[in-house]
Design a protein around this ligand. Sequence first.
Ligand SMILES: *Cc1c(COP(=O)(O)O)cnc(C)c1O
Length: 388
Amino acid sequence: MKFDTRAVHVGEEPNFAPGGTGDVVMPIHLASTFARARIDEPTAGYEYSRSGNPTRDGLERRLAALEDGRHGLAFASGLAAETAVVLSLLRPGDHVVLFDDLYGGSRRLFTKVFSEQWGLSITFVDARDPENVAKAMRPETRMIWLETPTNPLLKLCDIEAICDLAQRKNCLVAVDNTFMTPAFQRPLSLGADLVVHSTTKYLNGHSDSVGGAVIVNDDDLHERLRFHQNAAGAVLSPFDSFLVLRGLKTLGVRMRAHQDSAARIAAWLSERSEVSGVIYPGLDSHPQHDLAARQMSGFGGMVSFELEGGLTAARVVLESLEIFALAESLGGVESLVESPALMTHASVPAQARLDIGLADGLVRLSVGIEDPEDLLADLDQALKKIHT
Ligand SMILES: *Cc1c(COP(=O)(O)O)cnc(C)c1O
């Protein structure tokens, strides 16, 4: 089955078994516990909803099918999914190499919780050059944590090249695929061991659910993650599982719409005198455009740009936009705009922001699926306010 077909059907097959009602949509199974007829036979394999729930199971099967993986696991948030990966697969004293331009919350989790409180040892590197990853590796390095393209600077790393060098060192590679989604990038097929998602973003796609996921191929990794999911309990609720199942049906359609508008807006911004730089992997001017074209089958819906007038100008533009909502998060059908320095990445120390090239005047757009003409007109009126 092709991607768009899997997105609609896998995990949501009508139940024709005796007692099944043939629903074409997955019911929301709200039961916390499942009765059994015989003491040693859980009904249809279900006992208690933290351990397994039919709605969540359906979503987990779909997530696996979309990432070309064998096993999916759904968690209460993207950060809960990341926590599950670390706690189930790593131990204090293990070393992890991470891309230095991660989502702010991921950076905070690894730095403040896993490193400072729990004893994980971590090194941030500019993973655009695989050599930097190789150089940071130590005998006790157990995992490489990547995000590509990164947030908000849209830097890429070569998943295949990094997986190659990890394999030689017997080290796991985890890729946060939240930005591209499996519609445009399949890290497991490029050699990664784990794919992590914030389903809050494009996978759900409608800004009405917080959730996370991990997808793996390896049965042993799956078993350890599954044990942890039940033992620690940060599971996705049945209602949120239903919402993500519904959102995923249009993932391919939405991603193509996000990308078409983002490409148009990126090209338009490049021509504006108020703008000093535009970052979009689909632009020829992106320093890693070739890697983007090779590794991804699309360029996504995120565009970042810097204003000539820095933070002062950014404040004017952000507060003048009318269709773009000034809000954190991304990946919904509605367009959002934000200032990484003041909002999503405020928890990243100022020096660390400077080190990775994150200017205070950077503006990040999550381009929605509204009519692009309206989005361009909105940006036009906001940019014109800078000098008034
Ligand atoms: C939002 C986000 C996360 C964290 O997910 P939550 O669902 O907010 O916990 C992790 N990685 C990326 C790339 C994100 O955008």
